[in-house]
Design a protein around this ligand. Sequence first.
Ligand SMILES: [Ca+2]
Length: 166
Amino acid sequence: MERGVTVEDIARVVYDMQAEYNDTLSMDDCYESVDRVLEKREIQHAILVGVELDKLAENNQLSQPLQQIVESDEGLFGIDETIGLGAVFGYGSIAVTTYGHLDKQKIGIIKRLDTKVVDGVHTFLDDIVASIAANASGRIAHRQRDHDEHLEDEKRKRRDEEDLLS
Ligand SMILES: [Ca+2]
């Protein structure tokens, strides 16, 4: 990814969120899950919109009052959280819950973006990264549950194909 965020940064958040529920979870699983989430069109669109607005604000190219609001990451803005939230519904209730948690507890790269350790305007990016991490966490949690329920391989394969089609 661009804007100072790597897949590894996001995978690490996913690992932190899921490791306590999943004994066999590896960083590779988290990487893979983040990669799969990044293939989704609704996520790609959220990234496009959010990063574009961050960049425009960074270059002082938005109209007022939007420029000032995005540039200073005003707490009351709320559209940034809404875009992130809008992109988590595709992965079910665990993704939604995880997003809510990350929005409050901002861990890892999300915290670094939110507290402006990473240079530039990232008003939208922190919420989008939280959304990607929440989706990847939800994906892992649902797969783990399926595994626990001993779904036959056949069924899982079909779900993967549906995953790709959607
Ligand atoms: Ca934000």
